[in-house]
Design a protein around this ligand. Structure first.
Ligand code: M6R
Length: 616
């Protein structure tokens, strides 16, 4: 939800800011803008559209300066227009501000400021904050760093909501003020230059030494150094972290899209999720990050898994895994619903929140609500420096590497891998035998090689996908472990191709959905060789009897039975049923990807979406 980057140093700011914005484009991409300080003025350029549109606009009308802030927007308040694009100015026209988050009381603040004579040019919540900071600075008799920090601090005391901001003022060249509450902000330390950004990916080409700001902290950065303080005026300590991410990690490399690159990274990402976590000796998983003894884990009576979107679908697979291997009653709750429900939770309920980014506002709110109620709340995150990772009481990192494509791919398979490890661990301290534990470990060890074999089906899947690309509606079905995979397959297709797609448990079809079946509505049925294979076959027959085309995902060795009745069959390697969601979901990732490409859709930046949803 919006990306911001600021630069102060000796170099020209614009190229650095545009390059950084390009890397943050996954956070929002409906409009973008830059403000630099040059010759005692603020120069602003904004454009509706992508960063490349802004780049072209600046090439026609260049701006210079070695201090600047910039923003790529995902609209919340106000339409996608140039006026609503950031940066926003105060009434003096000397102060510019970029913002990621939502100012909840902006209407009230705006009315008050308008009564005082401030004129607004946009419909955004952010402009109210720019005006507030400008008003506070203009009331000050001083014109220095301390005065601008105080003005930011004063303005933020009036604000309800979330923000990651960067502010510059024409009278103070060589200075940027940043602050955060609820939206991520990282400070990059260079040689004679400093950066502020929503995400390290924007700055790793310049520095890997960073300080992650905490909520309620303010940073004042200059070329030479930085000062951190809190919003209530106290000094703030900090740790410098050296990030383990390179430019290459956040580049597309040889691939046309991040999504395709990330699909292909799943041999490595799943291997990394398993690395060092399997104990043959004890036939269990080793997950030190949970910060819980076996005794603590044994006393758990109930588990709640919470997340959004793809993470929620992974959680649903987790529910099947934990209940089956550990026999602990488990429930999935949308993070966005969690805090508004009176969910009965006994004192021995353990909560997991799942989030690739670790910044999803709804998931963060679920984490905080769960902790507020006194429950131990663990995170399953990819981004190790994220707010959820830092605030949770422990957890398991996914180690999937940066996921940039808006459509989640490798994060799903890594989340399911981690949940399998958790289920194995919980099972082994309860009823699961060591022979069953050893079998699961062996199967997990074979998993990366099986993923590699699924990746080799790419050309075959692409050909099938192209044949169905003109469909208006598609149905996805699966049972048990693969019901969440049907939901995930449908979500993937919807979000990147805009085809209406729905996921169901296969047997639910006859309770209503079958009314949609006709020769123009293909059904994708996930029917591996598992305990419900025969049941799935019956469901496929029901679709075929009504003239619906069927694309089946089956298991090698069981292809004949499916080929007899289905229009197309894609076969994954034989695997334990608990691991079929990982293999089948990769098929569906390719399927959605190649349909979207065939339709000419912008795969990495689907309309209306953003990678990290940091607003409620
Ligand atoms: O970063 P998170 O895992 O918390 O993100 C959750 C969802 O926003 C995310 O999975 C979203 O549904 C994806 N676009 C799905 O592909």
């Amino acid at each position: 939800m919006c990306g911001i980057i600021g630069y102060v140093g000796k170099a020209e700011a614009v190229p650095i800011l545009l390059e950084g914005l390009k890397r943050l484009e996954y956070r929002g991409y409906d409009s973008a803008g830059v403000a630099t300080l040059e010759e005692g003025l603020v120069s602003v350029r904004k454009e509706v559209g992508r960063i490349d549109d802004l780049r072209r606009s600046i090439a026609l009308n260049p701006i210079g300066g070695s201090t600047g802030i910039s923003h790529t927007r995902w609209a919340t308040h106000g339409k996608v227009t140039r006026e609503n694009a950031h940066p926003h100015l105060d009434r003096s026209g000397k102060l510019a501000l970029v913002h990621n988050g939502v100012i909840e009381n902006y209407a009230e603040l705006r009315t008050q400021l308008e009564e005082e004579g401030h004129l607004f040019v946009s419909q955004t919540d952010t402009e109210a904050l720019a005006q507030l900071v400008g008003r506070a600075f203009d009331r000050s008799t001083e014109r220095n760093q301390g005065a601008l920090v105080s003005a930011v601090r004063e303005a933020l005391t009036h604000v309800k909501g979330t923000y990651g901001i960067a502010v510059v003022h024409a009278e103070l060249p060589g200075l940027i003020i940043g602050a955060r509450r609820g939206s991520p902000l990282v400070l990059g330390i260079g040689k004679g230059e400093h950066f502020l950004a929503s995400d390290v990916s924007a700055i790793v080409g310049h520095t890997r030494d960073v300080v992650y700001l905490n909520d309620y902290e303010i940073a004042a950065i200059t070329g030479e150094g930085f000062v951190l303080s809190t919003i209530d005026g106290a000094g703030a300590g900090y740790n410098v972290t050296t990030v383990d991410m390179s430019h290459e990690d956040v580049d597309k490399g040889e691939y046309p899209h991040y999504m395709l690159k990330e699909i292909h990274e799943q041999v490595r990402s799943v291997t990394d999720a398993l690395r060092g976590r399997l104990s043959h000796e004890e036939a269990t998983a080793k997950l030190g990050g949970l910060n819980m003894s076996n005794g603590d884990l044994r006393s758990i009576e109930r588990i709640v898994l919470s997340g959004c979107g793809t993470a929620f679908h992974a959680a649903m697979v987790g529910e099947y895994l934990i209940e089956s291997l550990a026999q602990i009653p488990t429930e999935c709750e949308y993070a966005s619903e969690f805090r508004y429900r009176n969910l009965p939770m006994t004192k021995d309920t353990l909560v997991f929140v799942l989030s690739q980014s670790g910044e999803t506002a709804d998931t963060l709110a679920a984490l905080r609500e769960s902790q507020r109620k006194g429950h131990r709340t663990l995170g399953i995150c990819n981004n190790v420096a994220s707010t959820i990772a830092r605030e949770s009481d422990g957890g398991v990192y996914m180690h999937a590497g940066p996921e940039i494509g808006v459509a989640a791919t490798k994060s799903f398979t890594s989340q399911v891998t981690v949940l399998t490890l958790i289920a194995l661990l919980l099972g082994r301290i309860r009823n699961l035998s060591s022979s069953a534990g050893s079998r699961i470990i062996s199967e997990l060890e074979e998993l990366p090689a099986k993923i590699d074999r699924v990746l080799k089906l790419e050309v075959e899947i692409a050909a099938i996908a192209r044949r169905y690309a003109q469909s208006k509606v598609m149905l996805f079905m699966g049972r048990q472990y693969n019901y969440p995979v049907a939901l995930e397959g449908a979500l993937k297709l919807k979000e990147i191709s805009y085809i209406a797609a729905m996921g169901y448990p296969s047997a639910e079809l006859k309770h209503g959905v079958i009314a949609l079946v006709n020769p123009e509505t293909p059904s994708v049925v996930i029917a591996p060789n598992d305990a419900v294979f025969a049941k799935n076959l019956s469901n496929i027959e029901e679709v075929k009897a009504r003239g619906g085309p069927v694309i089946a995902i089956g298991t090698e060795g069981k292809g004949n039975e499916l080929s007899l009745i289905c229009d197309d069959v894609i076969l994954i390697p034989e695997a334990s049923e608990i691991l079929t969601p990982i293999l089948a979901s990769i098929v569906l990732q390719f399927f959605a990807y190649y349909i979207a490409v065939e339709l000419g859709c912008d795969v990495d930046k689907p309309r209306n979406l953003a990678k990290s949803v940091t607003v409620e």
